[in-house]
Write a protein that binds this ligand. Structure first.
Ligand SMILES: NC(=O)c1ccc[n+]([C@@H]2O[C@H](COP(=O)([O-])OP(=O)(O)OC[C@H]3O[C@@H](n4cnc5c(N)ncnc54)[C@H](OP(=O)(O)O)[C@@H]3O)[C@@H](O)[C@H]2O)c1
Length: 262
């Protein structure tokens, strides 16, 4: 096949995938992309050095064709994809069953990445239809492990993966925003507050990962009797923030289910 990767839709998420591959020194001439916005496609081509198709059909002579349009635009994709090509969908809320209605003869992989692919720090949950053989799966894993840990999950878990992994960076950004704003309230200049907050979120994640300890043990370790952490945790407990976070993921997963059933 002429290309290894063909991308249909060159928006935010496709740009993050391409950036992640470029970071890993993948050969950009192995990648071709197409977007209905030709000026946008041209910019992406210039920025990353990938090939840009003048017609959507040019993308399908690739080993993996990635569907990276908004879910509501899925049915606007009019293209014949050869049955040897593996289709990879990153679209939220489009189940394999719906993809098979349009592409009944293709191996199909459904993935839920996030924008952190662009800095090679995403988790990659995926699920496959029964046409995906070992070689195709290995090819997919080879390319997607550039972004982070790749894990096969049951399709029934994809909605919750959409909530946690797809929307997760947005939720964490919201918490970082709150933490920074509260620090400003306590007198720190915003730039300092944000830098400090980012270092705390990054550092705590890195520490937990490196030492392989649970967040709960870590928290108990840093909470001295009658100390400052203990006083702050009291405010969190009183607010019922854990319940709010449960609701956040429940509502977000419900929305992913709604999209799946629409
Ligand atoms: N962004 C995230 O954080 C994230 C995370 C996980 C998964 N996803 C999934 O990734 C997909 C893309 O999201 P995104 O945020 O990258 O969207 P986006 O920025 O809107 O990019 C989609 C691009 O596809 C173009 N397009 C629409 N119909 C097309 C067609 N028929 N052929 C070719 N190009 C077409 C759009 O053009 P127009 O703007 O003119 O429509 C747009 O440039 C979505 O399905 C989303 O569920 C996104």
């Amino acid at each position: 096949m002429k290309y290894k990767i063909g991308l249909i839709g060159l928006g935010n998420m496709a740009s993050a995938l391409i950036e992640g591959w470029v970071n890993c020194k993948r050969d950009s001439s192995d990648i071709i992309g197409f977007d209905i916005k030709q000026d946008r496609a041209k910019l992406i081509g210039e920025r990353f050095g990938i090939n840009i198709g003048s017609d959507i059909q040019e993308t399908v002579g690739s080993e993996l064709v990635i569907l990276a349009v908004k879910p509501q635009d899925f049915t606007s994709i009019k293209v014949d994809i050869p049955k040897e090509t593996t289709i990879v969908s990153i679209m939220a809320g489009i189940p394999i069953k719906k993809l098979e209605e349009v592409f009944p003869n293709n191996p199909i992989i459904r993935v839920m990445p996030n924008l952190l692919c662009g800095i090679n720090k995403s988790f990659i949950p995926f699920t496959c239809n029964d046409k995906v053989d070992k070689t195709r799966k290995e090819m997919f894993i080879l390319w997607f492990s550039d972004f982070g840990e790749v894990t096969e999950v049951k399709e029934s878990l994809m909605n919750v993966m959409t909530a946690i992994n797809g929307s997760g960076p947005g939720f964490v950004a919201y918490l970082i925003e709150a933490f920074s704003e509260a620090s400003v309230f306590e007198g720190l200049p915003y730039e300092v507050a944000l830098k400090l907050t980012l270092s705390i979120f990054e550092g705590t994640s890195a520490f937990l990962r490196k030492n392989n300890i649970s967040p709960n043990s870590f928290r108990l370790n840093v909470t001295s009797p009658g100390g400052t952490t203990s006083r702050g945790i009291w405010a969190l407990e009183k607010s019922g923030i854990k319940g709010t976070i449960y609701d956040m993921l429940r509502l977000s997963s419900e929305r992913a289910r709604e999209l799946e059933n629409s």
